[in-house]
Ligand binder design. Sequence first.
Ligand code: DLL
Length: 429
Amino acid sequence: MYDRAVETMSRRQIADVQAERLRWSLNNAYENVPYYRAAFDKAGVSPSDLKTAADIRHFPFTLKTDLRDNYPFNMFSVPLEQMARVHASSGTTGKPTVVGYTMGDLKRWSELMARSMAGAGIRPGDLLHNAYGYGLFTGGLGAHYGAEQLGCVVVPVSGGGTERQVTLLKDFGPTVLCSTPSYALNIAEVAEGMGVNIAELPVRRGLFGAEPWSNELRSELDIRLGIKSVDVYGLSEIMGPGVACECDTARNGLHGWEDHFLFEIIDPETLEPLPMGETGELVITTLTKEAMPMVRYRTRDITRLMDEPCACGRTHVRILRLDGRYDDMMIIRGVNVYPSQVESVLVGLDGLAPHYQIRLFKDGPLDAMAVDVEMLPDRAQGFDARSAKATDVRHHIKSIIGVSCTVTVKSPGEIPRSEGKAVRVVDER
Ligand code: DLL
């Protein structure tokens, strides 16, 4: 699955491949998607204006609302009968966003997911327990077909039924676990409650993604599950999982597959492209998608790119691990805070379980943050112990992130556990 010639192309070769494929993709969008024809015409650009990949900056952005406005199938560039599958993401408000694939798209998706998995140290013959949700969510089927393409044996468990997941992990002895990081933590906890030590089972690798997770949570998962956890990124609008993935060697930034996607970082306020290395919103253009080309899709994900070659030899741009989505950023008394920063402080603090939930509420005219945490079950749970721990946590959050918040120590098990993407923030404003 590892094609050295592709994954170690020079930056120059990458730019050439991108320019050529971009011209095809912009043409596909312009000729076959009325939405794009109107958007390009309005912006006064035509696919023939593109000379190099950098000229993408003249083309208009695509937003999630554009997909919603074209619900369900109007972003597709081929007639429905030429398509092979649709997926959709639920979204918190309004209509879901629907995405579509031709057979060719599904083949490329499987190949890119297999490429990602191979980079992550998964090998043909690995028995892969897939606990990403199957269905309209792209996680389950994306990981499934990628793993089969790589030559793994897939156990298609899907999410939920956590005790059964543990039993299967024990009985089947898979070597790879795929799930969201928060669900992996839930599985670890349920296993411990069932007297099963996953660290002693054959599972050696975790491929986790679909939500932000901190390095602290990674260390926790590595130790509790006895695995090496690797981060995988993707989004349904662009393809699904496998748009970018960390490598086994460095686990330092996710290799974004630049022969299929063009990555940019823009300032989310001015919308101007930012130079390599600066932090901003990730914008992605598809280069090879047939059924649903996306031009400058604004992901709302905040990160930065690095283009130095990785220790593994790969040259494709690396996406720094994500702090979170622009929409998840909380502004507490003028300080910008992402839930993952709170996670970094909490996970690993003495006596604290790695489960948390943030509540946002109004304190007069201002936004305020409350953090719910849990003590480890084997610690004293009395009133004094809890208040001392709450003070301790509040102090840590204040000194590390710089915001004041209230902290409530809940009983073990009281904070809701995740079976997919964890709900980290509850908005009570
Ligand atoms: O979450 C696809 C996926 C499935 C990725 C399984 C990885 C593994 P959506 O439901 O469309 O697709 O959600 C996409 O999830 O824009 C990010 O905000 C977030 N996200 C995905 N992967 C990561 C990650 C899938 N590794 C949205 N780190 C994206 C942080 C992630 N956030």
